[in-house]
Ligand binder design. Structure first.
Ligand code: T4K
Length: 378
C-alpha cells in the first residue's frame, strides 16, 4: 500500500494574495505625503475607477467591508417586509436582512449549482415580499435571467451577494451588472482583497448619490444631513492595497486555474466525489473556492470523517456553508426554515467540503492532498 505523508506545515483553506511589500510601502509613502487617510481620498477615487473597469459595471461604491455594503444596498432600495433568500450561505447574507428589519424567507437550492433554486422562488412570494436576495455561491452565477423575469413580474428588487464572484462574467457581461445591486467582498480570504473591504455595483445613476450618502452618515455638506446613514467608507490604505493586489490578480487567477485542473485530474476517478462547476460554458470563473461533494454511500466515509481526518495530516479544510442559516438559533423558528421546506439544502450541507485553494499552493501539494483524501476511502 502507498504510504501517505502528512504536511510538515499546516495547509489552510486559503492564504491571502500578498504582493511585494515594497509596492505597498511605495503607496503608503504617497498616502503619508498627501496626509489624507480616509473620506474619499485620491487612492479611493483611483481605485473606484479601476474596480468599475475591472468588473465591467456602470457604477461602483467602495465600502469598508462586504457586510456593511450589503446592509446599505438594502437600505438604498428601501427593502422592507419579506425577502426571499438562500439558507446555503455565509451568516452575513440573512443577517443584513435582519439588520434592515426585514424577515428572511428561505428558499431551497439547486442540486447542481447550490444557488437559490429559481424554480422555487415564486411559490414563496406574498404581499409582503419586496425583494430577492440571491448569492452566487462559490462564484457560480445564479439563474440571473429567470430571477429577473420573476422579479419584473411581481415588481420585486433583486440584490446579489456576489461576495465570491469577483471578475465573473456571463458572456462578456460583468456579473455585477445583473439585478438592481450586487455586493462584492474584498476580505483577505477572497481571490481579490483589500484586507477588509467591499463594493456595491449597480446600473441606476441615482443610486450612486444615495449609496454614497448612506455610507457617509447621510452627510450632504457641512450644513445638511439628509438621511440616517452609517460609516461604510473604505479608507486610503485599503484602497492602496487594492490597487497593488489588482495588478497581480490575473497571475493569481491563472495559478488557481491550474490548481483547479490538477484537483480535477487527481480526483476524477474517485467514486463518491463530485465537483462543482464541471462545465460552465460561456462563464468566466472566479476561482474562489474548490469545493467537493462527498457521497457517503459511494465513498464509504462521511464528509465529517474526511474533514476531521484531514487535520491529522495538517490539512485544514472547511465545511462552507455548514450549518445552514435556516438552522441558526435566530432563524430556525421561521416557518420557511423547516427542513421539509429545504430538502436539497439539508442534503447538500452534509456533503460539501472546501479544499485548500490559493495561488501559493504547489501542484505537488494538490497531489498530496488528493492522495490523502484517497487513502480515507472506506
Ligand atoms: N456573503 C458571503 C456569501 C460571504 O462569503 C461573505 C464573507 C460575506 C457575505 C461578507 O463579506 P465580508 O463582510 O467578510 O467582506 C471567511 C471570511 O472572513 C469571510 O469574509 C468569508 N465570507 C467567509 C467565507 O470566509 P471565516 O470565518 O471562515 O474566516 P477565518 O478567519 O476562519 O479564515 C479562513 C482561513 O483563511 C484561515 O483558517 C486561514 C486563512 N486566512 C485568513 C485570514 C483572515 C489567512 O491565511 N490570512 C488571513 O488574514 O470567514
Amino acid at each position: 500500500m502507498k504510504i501517505v505523508k502528512s504536511f510538515s506545515e499546516p495547509i489552510h483553506i486559503t492564504r491571502p494574495l500578498l504582493p511585494d511589500l515594497n509596492k505597498i510601502t511605495e503607496k503608503l509613502r504617497e498616502i503619508w505625503k498627501a496626509q489624507w487617510l480616509t473620506n474619499n481620498g485620491p487612492q479611493h477615487s483611483f481605485f473606484e475607477s479601476k474596480i468599475k473597469e475591472t468588473l465591467k459595471v456602470p457604477y461602483v461604491s467602495l465600502f469598508n467591508n462586504g457586510t456593511i455594503a450589503l446592509i446599505v444596498a438594502c437600505q438604498s432600495l428601501r427593502i422592507s417586509g419579506e425577502v426571499i433568500t438562500t439558507p446555503f450561505t455565509f451568516p452575513a447574507t440573512p443577517h443584513v436582512l435582519t439588520w434592515n428589519g426585514v424577515k428572511p424567507i428561505f428558499c431551497d437550492i439547486d442540486p447542481v449549482t447550490m444557488n437559490i433554486d429559481a424554480n422555487k422562488i415564486e411559490a414563496l412570494i406574498t404581499p409582503q415580499t419586496t425583494a430577492i436576495l440571491a448569492v452566487h455561491v462559490f462564484g457560480t452565477p445564479c439563474e440571473v435571467f429567470k430571477i429577473q423575469e420573476i422579479a419584473d413580474r411581481y415588481g420585486l428588487k433583486v440584490v446579489y451577494d456576489a461576495a465570491h464572484a469577483f471578475g465573473v462574467e456571463i458572456g462578456n457581461t460583468g456579473i455585477g451588472d445583473f439585478g438592481d445591486i450586487s455586493m462584492f467582498s474584498f476580505h483577505a480570504t477572497k481571490l481579490f482583497h483589500t484586507a477588509e473591504g467591499g463594493a456595491l455595483t449597480f446600473k441606476d445613476k441615482n443610486l450612486k448619490q444615495r449609496i454614497d450618502l448612506l455610507k457617509n452618515f447621510g452627510i450632504k455638506n457641512e450644513d445638511e444631513v439628509v438621511m440616517p446613514g452609517i460609516n461604510g467608507k473604505m479608507n486610503e490604505i485599503q484602497a492602496a492595497i487594492g490597487l497593488v493586489v489588482l495588478e497581480e490578480i490575473e497571475v493569481e487567477r491563472v495559478k488557481r486555474k491550474k490548481i483547479n485542473e490538477k484537483y480535477i485530474e487527481c480526483l476524477m476517478e474517485i467514486e463518491g466525489i463530485k465537483f462543482l462547476n464541471e462545465k460552465n460554458i460561456g462563464i468566466k470563473e472566479s476561482y474562489q473556492y474548490f469545493v467537493i461533494r462527498i457521497d457517503e454511500k459511494k465513498f464509504g466515509r462521511s464528509r465529517d470523517y474526511v474533514y476531521d481526518k484531514f487535520k491529522e495530516y495538517n490539512v485544514f479544510t472547511r465545511k462552507y456553508f455548514y450549518p445552514l442559516c435556516s438552522d441558526y438559533t435566530c432563524y430556525k423558528h421561521l416557518p420557511s426554515a423547516s427542513s421539509a421546506n429545504l430538502p436539497v439544502a439539508n442534503k447538500i450541507v452534509k456533503e460539501v467540503l472546501s479544499l485548500p485553494f490559493y495561488g501559493g499552493l504547489t501542484l505537488n501539494d494538490v497531489e498530496m492532498i488528493c492522495s490523502i483524501l484517497k487513502s480515507f476511502r472506506g
